[in-house]
Design a protein around this ligand. Structure first.
Ligand code: ADP
Ligand code: MG
Length: 357
C-alpha cells in the first residue's frame, strides 16, 4: 500500500527537456492512469517513479519517505511492461518464482505466493507450461503474476496490453480492473488508449509534451475538460470543434444562426460539441443544415459524418437503427446545454449549462 507524491519533477535528456515540472499526489489504493499521445513523456514519468531513470530535479516520496535517490530495487515497486520478456525455457511457475528465488525467499513461501498469484490470474492449470505454450493474454498474465508475487507497495504498468489483439485487450482490461479491486493496491498505468484510461482509472492524468494538462476522474475530464486538448483526446469519436464568430452579443458557429450563447464575458473562439450531443432533424429544422457524407453502422450506434458548407465534417452519434442515407441533406440540432466553450488559447470556459444556473 502506498501514497506516491511527485513534487516539481523535471527530466532532461541532454539539452532536451522531456518532463517539465510535474506535481502529483497518488492516493493509497488508487488506480491512476497516465494518458497522452506517443512521445508525451508517459513512460519517462513512470520510469522516474520506478527509479529506472534519475530525476533532473524534484522529489519523489513513497509513504512520506523520500526515495528520489534510491535505486529501483529499494522502492518496493513492481513494473509490468508491454513486452512481457518471460524466460522461454522456464515454466510459468519458474518465471513467477524467479525473482523470489534470487532474493532467497524460503521455498514454501515462494510456492504459497505463486499459487495465490496464479489463482487470482486464473493460471493455476498452466503452471507447468512454457511461455510458447501460452496465448499472448496468458503470457501477459504471467508477467503480471511475476509482479504480484513480489508483494510490491505499488504496481507500475507501461502499456501492458498494447501487444494484444482488440478482443484480448478488452478481456484483459476487465481482468486488470478485477485485479485492482481484489488487491486494493496503488497502481500507475500508462497508456495512449483513451478507452483504457476512461474505463480503468480512478484518476486520469492527461500528459502532453511532458506537462500535465488535467487531473481528475474519467467523468470529470469527459464532462469538464480544462482545455481543447483534453476535450479532443478523451472521447471516441472525438469532440467536434467549431470556430465561433461573435454576433450581437451571442455566437454563431459554422454558418449557424444566432446561438445566443454568452460571448460578451469572454473571448470565446471555439465551440465544442460531442457527437452524442448533436441530433439530426429534417433539413431546415436544426441549427444548421449539412449533407450526409458517410454513414458507419456499428449495430449499437450509427456514426454519421455530415459535411457543412465549407466541407467541414461534423460527427454525429445516432442510434443503431437511425434512418439516414448518404447524400441526404439534414438539419443538425445542437444540445445547447452540453456545448463546450474555449478561448483562443484553447482554455475551456465554464460549460454553458452551468453558466445559465
Ligand atoms: P511516451 O511514453 O509518452 O510515448 P516517452 O516518455 O517514451 O513518451 O518519451 C518522451 C520523449 O522523451 C520522447 O520525445 C522521447 O524521444 C524522449 N526520450 C525518452 N527517453 C529518452 C532517452 N533515453 N534519451 C533521449 N530522449 C529520450
Ligand atoms: Mg511509452
Amino acid at each position: 500500500m502506498a501514497v506516491i507524491e511527485l513534487s516539481n519533477i523535471r527530466k532532461s535528456f541532454g539539452s532536451l527537456n522531456i518532463i517539465g515540472g510535474v506535481d502529483l499526489r497518488i492516493e493509497d489504493g488508487e488506480f491512476v492512469i497516465f494518458v497522452g499521445p506517443s512521445g508525451s513523456g508517459k513512460s519517462t514519468l513512470l520510469r522516474l517513479v520506478a527509479g529506472l531513470e534519475e530525476v533532473t530535479s524534484g522529489n519523489i516520496l513513497i509513504d512520506g519517505e523520500d526515495v528520489t535517490d534510491l535505486g529501483p530495487a529499494d522502492r518496493s515497486l513492481s513494473m509490468v511492461f508491454q513486452s512481457y520478456a518471460l524466460y522461454p525455457h522456464k515454466t510459468v511457475r519458474g518465471n513467477m518464482a524467479f525473482g523470489l528465488e534470487v532474493a532467497r525467499t524460503p521455498k514454501a513461501e515462494i510456492e504459497r505466493r505463486v499459487q495465490a498469484a496464479a489463482a487470482s490470474l486464473r493460471l493455476e492449470t498452466y503452471l507447468d507450461r512454457k511461455p510458447k505454450e501460452l496465448s499472448g493474454g496468458q503470457r501477459q498474465r504471467v508477467a503480471i503474476g511475476r509482479a504480484i508475487v513480489r508483494d510490491p507497495v505499488a504496481f507500475l504498468f507501461d502499456e501492458p496490453l498494447s501487444n494484444l489483439d482488440a478482443a484480448l485487450r478488452a478481456e484483459m482490461r476487465i481482468e486488470i480492473a478485477k485485479l485492482h479491486q481484489r488487491l486494493g493496491a496503488t497502481m500507475i498505468y500508462v497508456t495512449h488508449d483513451q478507452v483504457e484510461a476512461m474505463t480503468l482509472a480512478d484518476k486520469i492524468v492527461v500528459l502532453k509534451d511532458g506537462a500535465i494538462q488535467q487531473v481528475g476522474s474519467p467523468i470529470d475530464l469527459y464532462e469538464r475538460p480544462a482545455n481543447l486538448f483534453v476535450a479532443q483526446f478523451l472521447g471516441s469519436p472525438k469532440m467536434n470543434v467549431f470556430d465561433a464568430a461573435h454576433v450581437n452579443g451571442g455566437l454563431r458557429i459554422a454558418g449557424t444562426g444566432h446561438l445566443g450563447l454568452p460571448s460578451a464575458q469572454a473571448d470565446i473562439a471555439k465551440v465544442g460539441a460531442r457527437p452524442e450531443n448533436i441530433t439530426v432533424a429534417a433539413a431546415g429544422q436544426g441549427n444548421i443544415d449539412g449533407k450526409v457524407d458517410v454513414v458507419e453502422r456499428l449495430g449499437s450506434d450509427t456514426y454519421a459524418y455530415i459535411a457543412l458548407g465549407e466541407g467541414e465534417l461534423v460527427t454525429v452519434r445516432l442510434p443503431g437503427n437511425a434512418r439516414l442515407s448518404v447524400g441526404e441533406t439534414v438539419g443538425l440540432v445542437l444540445d445547447m446545454a452540453e456545448l463546450h466553450l474555449f478561448d483562443a488559447e484553447g482554455k475551456a470556459w465554464r460549460r454553458f449549462s452551468r453558466d445559465l444556473a
